[in-house]
Design a protein. Structure first.
Length: 363
């Protein structure tokens, strides 16, 4: 797997200067060379022979150096932090190809400028030093173009990473809204099965209540907002289900609700999920959980008092719950918990209340 990932990285690094329409910049660069190096510098009629000598043959070796530089040296040496070898090869290639270019020009390239002007004959070293300066300037211009391509790719990569992070967070939040604790699920099913074997009269009602909870979770978990009244109804069913299985889970929940829930909406399953945390690990003795809910115009306030100190598992679950719903609701959610000196755990939660989603869309 790591080999495949490395191959993909190498492929991306190698062709980064040509993807996403960056090849247009290369075309523009060579058009600039063609216009200023050929069309505007010769005084003879522009013929295929002139273009062939003044543009194609004249720039062949330097173009070879440019694309060895960006297709091989940068991705395979510079981006792998082989800096000494990279700069050695760059400088060596620059000096060697410039020397070869002098010999190559004297042998194969025939430049004609017209207007009585022909390129003067120069000694090898004079021409070599002259070409070093010209090639260096052009190489710096080409490198600047590659630098801006790298910055563009860096920005694109940053945007892609941010998009992927948001998608990952959204997937986690979707799972948060639809996922049910496996511990709670399996223990509840086990308790229902055990109750059915001893002919418990509360078993049919418990099965129906548990079924309603699962149906609510699967349906409402797909919604962005849920009516407060519907969430409270599901919470009451949840509390009732816990009461029906009190002898098995040793948890007694006392729920008090104040305020008007009509035409108010909040994040789905926010109340169900936090109560579920206290059902994951059954206590060895009966523990009370007091829940007070106050509904106001812009927020729903919840206060919980758990009859024993939260252990490491519960603390971890509470922290994860707080982080998840802060990602879901933003900074508008307020969540706090603490273990008190009197062997209790206090939890406070403030959830933002919104209007009907359809009304918001119309606005």
């Amino acid at each position: 797997m790591s080999v495949f990932v490395q191959l993909e990285i190498n492929k991306k690094n190698r062709w980064v200067y040509f993807t996403k329409y960056r090849w247009v910049a290369h075309v523009g660069y060579w058009l600039w060379v063609l216009i200023f190096g050929t069309f505007l510098s010769v005084g003879v009629p522009i013929t295929p022979s002139v273009i062939w000598n003044h543009f194609v043959l004249d720039n062949l070796l330097i173009a070879t150096f440019y694309y060895i530089y960006c297709l091989f040296l940068i991705p395979y040496y510079f981006k792998r932090n082989k800096n000494f070898l990279f700069w050695t090869l760059v400088v060596g290639s620059y000096l060697l190809l410039t020397a070869l270019d002098v010999i190559y020009h004297n042998t194969f390239v025939h430049l004609t400028y017209g207007n009585g002007y022909d390129q003067p004959k120069m000694l090898f070293w004079d021409q070599y030093i002259h070409n070093l300066g010209g090639y260096l300037i052009n190489f710096l211009l080409f490198s600047m173009m590659l630098f801006f391509m790298e910055k563009n790719e860096e920005n694109d990569t940053f945007v892609e990473l941010e998009k992927e992070k948001k998608e990952i967070i959204q997937v986690k939040l979707d799972l948060l809204k639809t996922n049910i604790s496996p511990d709670f699920m399996m223990r509840s099913l086990g308790q229902l099965k055990q109750a059915s074997t001893i002919d418990d009269p509360a078993t049919p009602e418990a099965i129906l209540t548990f079924s309603d909870l699962l149906r609510y979770r699967l349906y409402r978990g797909k919604q962005k907002q849920t009516p407060v009244a519907v969430e409270l109804e599901a919470l009451c069913s949840f509390v009732h289900f816990i009461a029906l299985n009190k002898t098995n889970n040793n948890l007694e929940v006392k729920l008090s609700i104040q305020g008007d829930a009509e035409n108010k909406y909040l994040a789905p399953l926010a109340l169900i999920n936090i109560v579920e945390l206290f059902c994951k690990l059954p206590a060895y003795a009966l523990v009370d959980l007091q829940i007070i809910i106050l509904i106001e115009e812009t927020a729903l306030f919840l206060e919980m008092s758990y009859g024993k100190k939260a252990d490491e598992t519960l603390i971890s679950d509470l922290e994860e719950y707080g982080d998840n719903y802060k990602n879901l609701c933003g900074s508008s959610i307020k969540f706090h918990y603490e273990n008190c000196e009197d062997e209790r755990c206090l939890i406070t939660l403030s959830l933002p209340i919104t209007e009907d989603p359809e009304t918001i869309e119309k606005k």
